[in-house]
Design a binder for this molecule. Structure first.
Ligand code: ACO
Length: 444
């Protein structure tokens, strides 16, 4: 049994002695309650259709747990995020991205020997097949790098036939390594391609985040030394974005994988879902918004527009489906943001001033207070990326690089769950009742 399997095979949900009883057309039906280690219990309605002939209706999964998971816990009201029981803040401060990837995959932080072996394995998989260069060259240089990433991630399935059997734990494991290792390489290639510079090969004596910055910013013409403050900030950002339980992109990865699709295709599905502005695209939208505001004096007008529901304008980087408190990732990044800007001598950067003022005003405005709208992680990550010289089109790509560890850990957990089934939601059909086909010459 692989290490991944043994960690995931530990106990699964047991019914508590509570039940929930629903009365449907005068008939009482009881459903078992499963208690969570922390957070909300659930009641199991999988037999509801058989018992009543009815489905539940829950657009946006507002009250639906789509799976059982042991990976990440969020308490949105308290502003808590934990990976495998560890609070996010100490992980971001004291750990590193590959340790966190190990934690997400195997359930435990690595000991010294495991860390050395895991780091070595990931490092040995960072290079991509040379043929992939031609795939990149097929894209227009002005392509959005998320379009390139979705294609490049899916294309890995065409190169690595030896790890496509999703029923083989060893192949699942090697796919996990390949994805964690190669996503930064693909991300840096998508950037280099967009600016017409040569692709930079990974350098195995560098750490994960250092190597990523090296592939992004070095050129064959001169020596590039990675700034350790920036490498550490990048590593923190990757840790903070590594997993977030059943968010839209992770649920997309699970749903795609539930049909037995290979993990590279599933990652591509996750990238597509992450691209949306309500999810991973928000950090790019934050910078666009700050640019649009342009000056601290324009903030009150902008806030008025945000509060006017007819304007369709939202305060990007604020609000979260789950966090109804300060996003714990934003707390860490707020400080990292200051460190990076100080290191780069950009502490008086106008966009930061607008961001700080915007945050101050929004946190005291009854509109935001009553709706529990706090800054989320994207509010700061974009400012940090921008200071590092990363263009806004790349922001969501960096999110995808970070989230790869979470996506693949969640996918593997699902694949190892003997109760997992193909995901097949049902619907409330409100379309036309049956009608007769009308030939073209008789249609009005
Ligand atoms: N600006 C202004 N008003 C907002 C915002 C915002 N950013 N977010 C929510 N609201 C308002 C809604 O209009 C609604 O008001 P109402 O009660 O008067 O109708 C109320 O707050 C509740 O909002 P919902 O849309 O129901 O909240 P939901 O949980 O569905 O949405 C979401 C969460 C999509 C993140 C939303 O807050 C948003 O669009 N934020 C901006 C985009 C953003 O920053 N996304 C990043 C999310 S974090 C991540 O993916 C890593």
């Amino acid at each position: 049994m692989s290490k991944i399997e043994s960690a995931a095979a530990k106990q699964s949900a047991a019914a508590s002695n509570r039940t929930v009883t629903l009365s449907v057309d005068g008939k009482n039906i009881s459903f078992p309650v499963y208690d969570a280690t922390e957070g909300q219990s659930v009641f199991d309605i999988s037999k509801l259709y058989a018992e009543t002939g009815m489905f539940t209706f829950d657009p946006g999964f507002m009250s639906t747990a789509s799976c059982e998971s042991k990976i990440t816990f969020i308490d949105g009201d308290q502003g808590i995020l934990r990976y495998r029981g560890y609070d996010i803040a100490p992980l971001a401060e004291k750990s590193d991205y590959l340790e966190v990837a190990h934690l997400l995959l195997y359930g435990e932080l690595p000991n010294a020997e495991e860390k050395k072996s895991f780091n070595r394995t990931i490092t040995m998989h960072t290079m991509v097949h040379e043929q992939l260069h031609f795939l990149f060259r097929g894209f227009p240089r002005a392509s959005h790098p998320m379009a390139v990433m979705a294609g490049a991630a899916a294309s890995l399935a065409a190169f690595y036939h030896d790890s496509l059997d999703v029923n083989d734990p060893a192949q699942r494991e090697i796919s996990a390594y390949r994805l964690i290792a190669k996503m930064p390489t693909l991300a840096a290639m998508s950037y280099k391609y967009s600016i017409g510079q040569p692709f930079i090969y990974p350098q195995n004596d560098l750490g994960f985040s250092e190597n990523f910055l090296h592939m992004m910013f070095s050129t064959p013409c001169e020596k590039y030394t990675v700034n350790p403050v920036l490498a550490r900030a990048m590593d923190k950002i990757l840790i903070l974005h590594a997993d977030h339980e059943q968010n839209a992109s992770t649920s997309t990865v699970r749903l795609a994988g539930s049909s037995g699709a290979n993990p590279f295709a599933c990652m591509s599905a996750g990238i597509a879902s992450l691209w949306g502005p309500a999810h991973g695209g928000a950090n790019e939208a934050v910078i666009n918004m700050l640019r649009e505001i342009g000056d601290v004096s324009k903030i009150p007008d902008f806030i008025q527009k945000v509060k006017d529901k007819t304007s369709g304008i939202k305060l990007m980087g604020f609000g979260h489906r789950v966090y109804k408190n300060y996003d714990p990732r934003a707390t860490v990044l707020r400080e990292t943001c200051k460190e990076v800007l100080a290191e780069l001598g950009q502490i008086n950067e106008p966009l930061l001033k607008i961001a700080v003022e915007l945050e101050k005003i929004a946190l005291n405005d009854p509109y935001f207070v009553e709706r529990k709208l706090y800054p989320n992680v994207d509010f700061y990550s974009g400012i940090i990326y921008r200071a590092m010289g990363i263009p806004s089109k790349m922001f969501t790509v960096l999110f995808a690089v970070a989230r790869t560890a979470g996506w693949i850990a969640q996918w593997k957990e699902m694949m190892e769950d003997p109760k997992a089934k193909i995901g097949r939601p049902r619907q409330l059909f409100t379309g036309s009742a049956p009608r007769q086909f009308v030939p073209l010459d008789k249609r009005k």
